[in-house]
Every structure is written in structure tokens, then in C-alpha cells.
Design a protein around this ligand. Structure first.
Ligand code: FES
Ligand code: FE2
Length: 430
């Protein structure tokens, strides 16, 4: 490959063709230097990430469809924040979140993962809490001393909703609203039919022996696709004109990022895949009605587009296409362990053919991301060898570099870069 573009100016006629570097020169503040290996294995770094990132920022825990009626709840254990959080729809329809710890002697109030109830009752001594967190009942209350019942409710956790996604923030006084935190990335996705596309969902969850950034980084670059996924998607994201699956567009936000992924509409599916794709639910299509998409989806309106990666810092991705979307959550458990959850969302199937297509797409997605999964533990298993002190990053790995830069700024207590030298279409190769 010849590196011809050093000023970021690349012809649109290439449609993602491998013709040199396009992205890093647009964001000179990130530099082009190596990435220290230590960030994946350092216990000290992990503890700083816990205190200065995860205990301070908005974290996605689920969607509103998980709580259709008052009393419905789910529990998200968040090892990185050293807590468990109950998320519940209260009687007035609003969504609340609470630390899952009893005010009496600290028992975890809810032990199961989800359910529906009218009160939360602690199994230890039967203290009961209303859906809005207020303490409702104490057995043998008269035998306590100086009880201030209105101060003994469940401890609230900040909760806000964006486009149906529920976010919590364990900082008792969050430094900014969820809307401000998501910023331009959030507003530019307004209008994407997340609610309609969330009628059907399927998740894969597994704990892997790898640092959360090892797991996350694999999903924020396409450079690996022609190689690691050569059996599952041999020609879906590459073409003769774009053999290395170069992105169509990349845009960085202060903490978040977006990349538009090239799709080869001429790829050759297997016979069973072709049958499934006939009924929809596949990312690579030729009949996109591009004008219906929000401005933040396929911002360049490129006809060779297939999906956008939207990386929401620190550990949530919302990857959107025209007919469906999927999410990743990367929950750190220890410096070398991560709970990884991927969820695919589809509109309600109207025919058996569409249902079959969605099921095929779901299993196909599992098989592809299992290929990613194999690299995580193999990578982590040798990182502590000390053989490599740093790693080099390709121009197409801009999002990897950017997210490590934000981690570094936050653990050093520096403000994240508020303004980038170029944004939007200026940062594309158009
Ligand atoms: S610890 Fe919950 S009622 Fe005692
Ligand atoms: Fe992959």
C-alpha cells in the first residue's frame, strides 16, 4: 500500500479504496506515537480507571423496553463501580435507579436479575421499600432507637434516558447531564427508529479473561476484518477497490466517536444466507433509502455504506444500519477480566420469513463475534510477558487511539479536549 495522502485530502472517487492515510492528520493533537502495553495490564491504571472514569461518567445499563409497566425492574451489577444497581419503573411511569443495598445492615436487596413487584423486600430482616425507594415497612419497628425513616430509603443513583437507552451515573452529583455528556453524537442520532427496531432483541453475554480495552478495541477498527473474519465474511466488507476495508468516514467527538463502514453490495452469500437475506435483516443491501436517515447516520450519504460504529465512552457501542442495530457493552470486572455483552435489535417480524431471517442474522452475528472473542484471551495471555513495551497503530485505528487518549486524560485529571481542529464532513475523506 502506498501512503499518498498526508494532508487528509483524498478523492471521493476511491470509495474507501486503500490509497493511503486519511484520518490521523485531521486530528494532530492525538499524535501518531505508539500505545503503551502497560495500559492493559497495570493494576494501578485499572484502579484509576475505576475512580476517575467509571465512577464519574454515564453508563448504559439497558433499554426502556425492558421495563414495560410499573413495578418492572432489572439489576445491573457493576463491579467497576463496586456496586449493584436496581433500575425500576415506578407507579407514575418514571424510571428510578438505586444502589442495591439495604439501609438496615447492608444486605443486597434484590438477588435476582429482573422481575416485577410492588415493593422491594430485603430477605434478611424483611425491611420493605416502595418502587420510588422510600422505606415502607420495618418489622418490630418500636424496638429500634431514634429511627428517621424518611432518611432510610434506598440510596438513589442518577438515571437519565437517551433515545430509549437507560444510563446511570454513580457519582452522587454528576458533573453534567446525559445530554451534555453525549453531545453532538447523541443529537445527531435523533430520529433513528430505535424504539421500532427494539421490538425483538437477542443477547450474547460472556466473561472473558482480558482487559476491557482489549475487548473494546477489537470492535472499533475494521483493519482486522479481511483477516480474522476471512471465513465468516470473506468479501462483505472488502472489494477490489477497497481490499483493506478502509472506512468511508470517521468523526471524533470529545469522548465519543463514529466510523462509517464500507459494504460490498456485490458480495456472494452462501445459499442459506441468500435465502435468509431475501427476507431482510442483513446489513449489506443495495436498496437503502438514504434520505430517511438522521444526519448522524451515514453522514456522507455514501451508497457503499453498510453501518456506522458509534462508540460511546467508555464502554458502550451503538452500531446502526438501516434495518437493524446492535450494541456492545464492555464491563470491566478486574484488570484482566471483562463481562462482554452484545445485543442485536430488530423490528417486529411480520412474516415467518422475516423471523427466520432475523434468527439467521443473530446466529451469524454470534459466529462472527466469536472470531473476535478468540483474540481477546490469546492477546491478554501474553501481554504480561514484557516482550512488547508498546504497540503501533494504523491510520484506520484512529478510534482506538482516540479512546486511549481520553482514558489517559481522565486518569490524569485533565479536561478532555472540548474542540477538535476539524469536525463533521471536514474530517472525512470527501
Ligand atoms: S439487612 Fe435488610 S432488612 Fe436487615
Ligand atoms: Fe471483528
Amino acid at each position: 500500500m502506498t501512503a499518498t495522502a498526508t494532508n487528509g485530502s483524498v478523492s471521493t472517487a476511491t470509495n474507501g479504496k486503500a490509497n493511503g492515510r486519511k484520518w490521523h492528520d485531521k486530528y494532530p493533537h492525538l499524535g501518531k506515537g505508539p500505545l503503551p502495553a502497560n495500559v492493559f495490564i497495570s493494576e494501578e491504571q485499572f484502579q484509576l480507571e475505576r475512580e476517575r472514569i467509571f465512577k464519574k461518567v454515564w453508563l448504559n445499563v439497558g433499554r426502556v423496553e425492558q421495563l414495560p409497566k410499573p413495578g418492572d425492574y432489572f439489576v445491573q451489577d457493576i463491579a467497576m463501580c463496586q456496586t449493584s444497581v436496581i433500575v425500576v419503573r415506578s407507579k407514575d411511569g418514571s424510571i428510578h435507579a438505586f444502589h442495591n443495598i439495604c439501609s438496615h445492615r447492608g444486605n443486597k436487596v434484590v438477588w435476582n436479575k429482573q422481575g416485577s413487584c410492588q415493593v422491594f423486600t430485603c430477605k434478611f430482616h424483611n425491611w420493605s421499600y416502595a418502587l420510588d425507594g422510600r422505606l415502607r415497612y420495618i418489622p418490630d419497628e418500636e424496638s429500634f432507637f431514634d429511627l428517621k425513616k424518611d432518611e432510610l430509603g434506598l440510596t438513589p443513583v442518577a438515571v437519565e434516558v437517551w433515545e430509549g437507552f437507560i444510563f446511570i451515573n454513580v457519582d452522587p452529583q454528576p458533573q453534567e447531564s446525559l445530554q451534555d455528556y453525549l453531545g453532538e453524537l447523541g443529537t445527531s442520532l435523533h430520529g433513528y427508529p430505535f424504539a421500532e427496531f427494539s421490538a425483538t432483541s437477542g443477547s450474547w453475554t460472556t466473561e472473558v479473561k482480558a482487559n476491557w480495552k482489549v475487548v473494546k478495541d477489537a470492535f472499533q477498527e475494521i483493519y482486522h476484518v479481511p483477516f480474522l473474519h476471512r471465513r465468516s465474511v470473506p468479501d462483505s466488507f472488502t472489494s477490489k477497490a477497497n481490499p483493506y476495508a478502509h472506512a468511508l468516514h470517521m468523526q471524533l467527538f470529545p469522548r465519543h466517536a463514529r466510523a462509517s463502514v464500507f459494504g460490498n453490495a456485490d458480495f456472494a452469500p452462501s445459499p442459506v444466507a441468500a435465502l435468509a437475506f431475501r427476507y431482510g435483516a442483513f446489513l449489506i443491501r443495495q436498496d437503502f433509502s438514504l434520505s430517511n436517515l438522521p444526519a448522524g447516520v451515514n453522514p456522507l450519504r455514501d451508497k457503499t455504506w453498510t453501518l456506522d460504529l458509534n462508540t460511546i465512552f467508555p464502554c458502550f457501542f451503538v452500531d446502526v444500519s438501516e434495518g437493524s442495530y446492535f450494541t456492545h457493552q464492555f464491563w470491566p470486572v478486574a484488570v484482566d477480566r471483562t463481562l462482554w455483552k452484545s445485543t442485536q435489535y430488530f423490528p417486529r417480524a411480520k412474516t415467518p420469513g422475516q423471523r427466520f431471517s432475523q434468527e439467521y442474522g443473530h446466529v451469524f452475528f454470534r459466529d462472527v463475534i466469536l472470531e473476535d472473542g478468540r483474540t481477546f484471551e490469546e492477546t491478554q495471555s501474553v501481554l504480561s510477558s514484557g516482550a512488547k513495551k508498546s504497540f503501533v497503530l494504523h491510520d484506520e485505528e484512529l478510534l482506538v487511539r482516540h479512546s486511549h487518549h481520553v482514558v489517559e486524560q481522565m486518569i490524569k485529571g485533565q479536561p478532555v479536549d472540548a474542540v477538535f481542529p476539524t469536525t463533521g464532513k471536514e474530517a472525512s475523506h470527501a
